[in-house]
Write a protein that binds this ligand. Structure first.
Ligand code: FES
Length: 173
């Protein structure tokens, strides 16, 4: 009789343990479902930058100071759900002499008003937007017409004389 009661108690215990295991597993699953997107959003900026690889523009040692020079580069679009092919983008490489020190800029040619293509006008010495007459100085500052802000700049790096950019834009100043 006592053995029967002991066996019954052990079965109850094992049922109780089974229930506890089930509850714990469910709790862990819910925690994982809630936590995974949070962890993903924290880590995604690190992966975001990797989605835009550096692309060689050119050897720029012969770009003259004060002479904006246009290059067309195939830039990665960083597709999400499917692969988006790289698209051609124009970048203006500008070397400026600031107090005897050469500064280099990599300007986007996309107007900040309504995204028309601007070009360097050698007669007026400005970047000119043909759509509504927007004007930008040699460093991309908006100086006339409707553009609300300076030209954007591509992130860039120099390896020797080789210029690399990637499809990450920063605000001009
Ligand atoms: S799009 Fe360039 S001035 Fe309007």
């Amino acid at each position: 009789m006592a053995e029967e009661q002991l066996g019954l108690a052990q079965r109850r215990m094992s049922r109780r343990r089974f229930m506890m295991l089930g509850i714990n597993a469910t709790g862990a699953g819910i925690g994982l479902l809630i936590g995974a997107p949070i962890v993903g959003s924290i880590l995604s900026p690190a992966f975001y930058k990797e989605r835009f690889p550096w692309v060689l523009v050119a050897d720029i040692q012969h770009v003259g100071v004060g002479v904006p020079t246009a290059y067309v580069v195939l830039l990665d679009q960083g597709g999400d759900a499917w692969q988006v092919p790289p698209v051609p983008r124009t970048v203006y490489v500008v070397k400026l002499n600031l107090n005897g020190k050469v500064q280099m800029l990599t300007l986007s040619n996309v107007c900040t008003h309504m995204q028309c293509d601007v070009h360097w006008d050698i007669n007026l010495n400005v970047f000119l937007c043909p759509c509504h007459g927007g004007l930008y100085s040699i460093d991309g500052t908006n100086i006339g017409g409707p553009p609300p802000q300076p030209l954007f700049r591509y992130q860039h790096k120099l390896v020797g004389n080789n210029l690399f950019i990637r499809n990450v834009l920063v605000e001009g100043s």
